[in-house]
Design a protein around this ligand. Structure first.
Ligand SMILES: Cc1cc2nc3c(=O)[nH]c(=O)nc-3n(C[C@H](O)[C@H](O)[C@H](O)COP(=O)(O)OP(=O)(O)OC[C@H]3O[C@@H](n4cnc5c(N)ncnc54)[C@H](O)[C@@H]3O)c2cc1C
Length: 285
């Protein structure tokens, strides 16, 4: 049996490939084969390729773009779509386990469908290390499929280090106190070559743009180190941290959930601790 995989750059697509291989010999369509990003055009290309190859399943990474293209594919074809899966068992029906409510709940589901549409929750399964699947050439898209497309890219204000690819993230919460208070977070991030992140309390207060928000309704991150300053660690924030390898928490409340879930903690006022860390790093540089 064949299976089709929508591939974008980065680990989440190779993680999707790991589960896709359970369904058969994978063929791939590249996300960047259509430029600029146009989700309907990609959905149309996947629908055509899936029919031609008579695949048993179509997979993508559970990224913003992966989920968007697959939702449009489901709408076009009328096939059921299971998003953010962490385990799949081929069969009739296909059995899936998927993340719900930002990862605080695991749902068991069954897909009664001749063709399963599945996205894989990022950083929940190992990345595939096998040979790259054969790539399919895409047919030119109809004009109507290109109506929704990226029309412009605006560079982030954080010096270009993206939250999704950053090795280190310095993140601030309500405890930072104000928009201006983020100067010490930015300074530390600059020294470490890190991206700046924040909690939703911060974006809701208008201190930082939504693009900096980490969590269930923000970006899901996977850095080597996540430094959380003045963030309580609500479930919805933790939902964005499942891929973080090490968490450092700085908080005046030692019982804050993030402190209880961190690898390293510093209890105290971040307005003293963050500048002290920065000064120590400067001394050693
Ligand atoms: C549907 C839904 C989706 C959501 N999605 C997200 C999401 O994607 N991301 C997200 O972050 N939240 C999300 N939230 C909001 C979430 O529930 C919390 O309200 C939010 O994460 C709290 O942000 P915070 O930790 O910065 O603030 P608080 O919970 O107010 O915590 C502030 C922390 O700072 C500490 N502190 C205060 N002063 C200092 C100081 N001087 N030094 C050191 N520590 C200090 C306090 O002890 C406290 O732990 C969502 C909520 C809902 C309902």
């Amino acid at each position: 049996m064949n299976v089709l995989v929508l591939m974008e750059s980065g680990d989440p697509s190779r993680q999707a490939l790991t589960l896709a291989r359970k369904f058969g010999d994978p063929r791939s369509v590249r996300m960047d084969a259509i430029q600029p990003f146009a989700p309907d055009a990609l959905a149309a290309a996947l629908a055509l390729a899936a029919d031609q190859l008579n695949v048993s399943a179509v997979f993508a990474a559970g990224t913003d773009r992966g989920n968007e293209v697959m939702a449009r594919l489901a709408a076009r074809t009328g096939l059921p779509f299971a998003a953010n899966c962490i385990a799949v068992t081929p069969g009739d029906p296909v059995e899936v386990t998927r993340l719900r409510w930002g990862g605080s709940l695991l749902e068991e589901g069954r897909l009664h469908s001749p063709r399963a549409l599945i996205t894989v929750a990022p950083h929940t399964v190992p990345a595939d290390t096998g040979p790259a699947p054969a790539e399919l050439d895409l047919k030119p898209s109809a004009g109507s499929d290109l109506v929704v497309r990226v029309s412009d890219h605006v560079a982030p204000a954080n010096g270009g280090v993206s939250l999704t690819t950053a090795k280190v993230i310095v993140s601030g919460g309500r405890g930072v106190g104000s928009k201006e208070g983020f100067a010490i977070i930015e300074e530390l991030a600059g020294l470490l070559g890190a991206a700046v992140g924040c909690s939703r309390a911060v974006t809701s207060a208008g201190w930082r743009p939504h693009t900096d928000q980490v969590g269930q309704t923000g970006t899901k991150v996977a850095p080597e180190v996540y430094i959380a300053c003045g963030i309580s660690g609500a479930t919805q924030h933790m939902a964005g941290l499942k891929g973080a390898k090490r968490i450092v928490a700085i908080n005046s409340d030692p019982q804050a959930p993030l402190m209880l879930n961190a690898d390293y903690t510093v209890t105290g006022d971040l307005k003293e601790i963050v500048p002290a860390i920065t000064a120590e790093i400067r001394k050693r540089k």
